[in-house]
Design a protein around this ligand. Sequence first.
Ligand SMILES: NC(=O)c1ccc[n+]([C@@H]2O[C@H](COP(=O)([O-])OP(=O)(O)OC[C@H]3O[C@@H](n4cnc5c(N)ncnc54)[C@H](O)[C@@H]3O)[C@@H](O)[C@H]2O)c1
Ligand SMILES: [Zn+2]
Length: 362
Amino acid sequence: MNEIRVTLPQPSVSYPIKIQKGLLEHVGKEVSEMTTSRRVAVITDKNVDLHYGDQVKRKLTDEGFVVSMIVLEPGEQTKTFSVMSTVYSQLIEAGLTRSDVIVALGGGVVGDIAGFAAASYLRGVSFVQIPTSLLAQVDSSVGGKVGVDLPEGKNLVGAFYHPDKVLIDPLVLDTLTDHYFADGMAEVIKYGCIQDSSFFMKLAELKTRQAVMTEIESIVSRCCEIKRKLVQQDEKDKGMRMLLNFGHTLGHAIEAFYHYESITHGHAVAIGMATLTEISERQGLTEAGTTKELRRVLKTHQLPAELADLTDYDAILPYVKNDKKQLKNKLHVVLLEKMGNAVIHQTDGDFFESLTLGGQKP
Ligand SMILES: NC(=O)c1ccc[n+]([C@@H]2O[C@H](COP(=O)([O-])OP(=O)(O)OC[C@H]3O[C@@H](n4cnc5c(N)ncnc54)[C@H](O)[C@@H]3O)[C@@H](O)[C@H]2O)c1
Ligand SMILES: [Zn+2]
């Protein structure tokens, strides 16, 4: 088993991220270790419930827990206040008290909403993250950001609230669709880009999903390790943690433009990383050849490097300028000086202006 410990000074937080194939079989014992309570609510979605709900419930019941399953509709539209209120009601109905535990079993949507429920229900209860999508295993389950969307935009309400444990079983990725596997790979590739060129080179050599799965424990561990380091340096996202936003300013704009429907997060981030790197390479801010290398690795992992219709960039630009991280027309973009080495570059909304020329070509 690989174990990574996240430690934050104020308020004092310390919890393990455990990564092991087959860990789901031990979920009963793992939850049992962290509490004397014997009541738990498992929040999941219908897809994940179908594959793993019974197993998780059985393992917890075997340890003497009374288990309530709260099963949500899959998809981003679940991350809303109206769903939150139904979750609170079900937690009350389940008789969950402050000393009991919430288990988040699912992708980033479940992790974010269940984490926010854990942060706010009875002013906070213990919770365990069991991320089941690749994106959730390498990204959203680590770092303590939880929350929901508003009609005005994504992730606009939330909290920093850390789990007591993160349990990662990479075997559950076997039931993920190819689309969502690729989606998570975009974040995996991002870690190589921003912090670790040899990790990036390794990803270049793993040509298929099967090949990635042979190395999956070490891949997920490396990503969690990089995220842990950046979160520990900058929990509240005011400095180094911003490096994790590589490709995201443009990625978020693309997601918003397509109403969070036709392009999912990882695919939008892939386009964002490649497009931004092309712009910064053209401006001499990024080592020559980096864009080509990045595009090749994205393609290997079934990810796009550009929009299907380049003329859409015209309409996407206003969304970039609306980014919540942009203050007084100052824009902080994360770019690569070279592969494995990201920096925060202060610029303005015009940085992306060349996109209006109909895509990446000058
Ligand atoms: N909190 C953070 O720091 C953070 C970071 C990144 C992203 N996020 C959030 O994460 C969300 C995206 O996460 P996501 O991509 O995991 O989306 P998701 O939770 O919608 O999961 C993607 C799809 O895969 C299905 N699924 C999940 N695990 C499965 C499995 N093992 N087998 C079969 N199907 C499975 C889900 O039912 C869903 O249909 C967004 O809401 C985003 O804002 C949060
Ligand atoms: Zn992301």
